[in-house]
Every structure is written in structure tokens, then in C-alpha cells.
Design a protein around this ligand. Structure first.
Ligand code: RP5
Length: 154
């Protein structure tokens, strides 16, 4: 993620990965403030053993696109909700990649962070039958937790 301030959003992705027992490394890497850290990470990520990258950033959110430009790994972008423009800026700056360098862009904020983790897990599950089972179980539990009828608020 681009900043400590993104953690409140990106922690939702980490929580899902924890629930699925998927190992990850949460790092702060800013395309603007720490560009060399970004280049080093993105260029070395595959050799470090990473399989999928989830990049969350807000505002002029260059992190997902620049990371994708520097690694062959799949990159999922999470637009963090910005104060000034409610994340519309983040979304548009992540989603409108020119043809040739893909970033799989999720929804703004918490939903996007959760879905980025689920999507990353689904990619990893293609080569990991145990993880595929855990993902199926997660989805079954989610379905079971949905009430059939609404109740009035207390
Ligand atoms: C982006 O700028 C970060 O991803 C963050 O969403 C936004 C604001 O960062 P801070 O000023 O809160 O550090 O690079």
C-alpha cells in the first residue's frame, strides 16, 4: 500500500488472507514518496517468491500501474477512498491502464480490499487444492450467514 493511512482499508484484505491461511507480506511502498523502494520491490517480487500482488493506493494512485509495469506477476489494484474525491480519483487512476500492462481493478475501499484478497486466493487456488477447499468453505460459510428474512433494527 502507498501509505500507513491506507492500512485501515487494506487490513480488510489481510484479514481475509488470514482467514484463508494464505501467507502474505504487508508493506508500505509509495510510488511518489519511495519510488526506489517501489522499483526494487516490483522488480524483485517474483524472485522473492511472491505470486500475486495486491496494490492499494489513493488519490493519484500510480502504485498499482507502476508495479504492474515492473513485474510479470498478476497485480490487483484497490482504490483507497480519498478524502477529497471519495476515491473516484483513486479508481480512475488505477482502472484506466493503457493496453499492454493490466491491473485487475477492484471496487473503492473495503469491498475492493476484501475482493482483492479473494481474487488473489482464487488465483493461488488454481495450483493449490487445499486452498481451493478453504476458499469453498469460506464461501459456504458466507452463504450460511445470510438470513433468509430481514429483521427490524433494534
Ligand atoms: C497515496 O496518497 C496513498 O496511497 C494514500 O492513499 C494517499 C494519501 O497518503 P497520506 O498523505 O495519507 O500518507 O500515495
Amino acid at each position: 500500500m502507498g501509505s500507513q493511512s491506507d492500512w485501515e482499508t487494506m487490513k480488510n484484505a489481510a484479514d481475509v488472507l488470514d482467514a484463508l491461511d494464505v501467507p502474505y507480506d504487508a508493506r508500505i511502498i509509495s510510488a511518489h514518496r519511495t519510488p526506489e523502494r517501489m522499483v526494487d520491490f516490483a522488480k524483485g517480487a517474483r524472485d522473492e517468491g511472491f505470486k500475486v500482488i495486491i496494490a492499494g493506493a489513493g488519490g493519484a494512485a500510480h502504485l498499482p500501474g507502476m508495479t504492474a509495469a515492473l513485474t510479470p506477476l498478476p497485480v490487483f489494484g484497490v482504490p483507497v477512498q480519498s478524502k477529497a474525491l471519495s476515491g473516484q480519483d483513486s479508481l480512475l487512476s488505477i482502472v484506466q491502464m493503457p493496453a499492454g500492462i493490466p491491473v485487475g481493478t477492484l471496487a473503492i475501499g473495503r469491498a475492493g480490499a476484501i475482493n482483492a484478497a479473494l481474487l488473489a486466493a482464487a488465483v493461488l487456488a488454481l495450483g493449490d487444492a487445499d486452498l481451493a477447499e478453504r476458499l469453498d468453505q469460506w464461501r459456504s460459510e458466507q452463504s450460511a450467514a445470510v438470513a433468509r428474512h430481514p429483521v427490524d433494527a433494534a
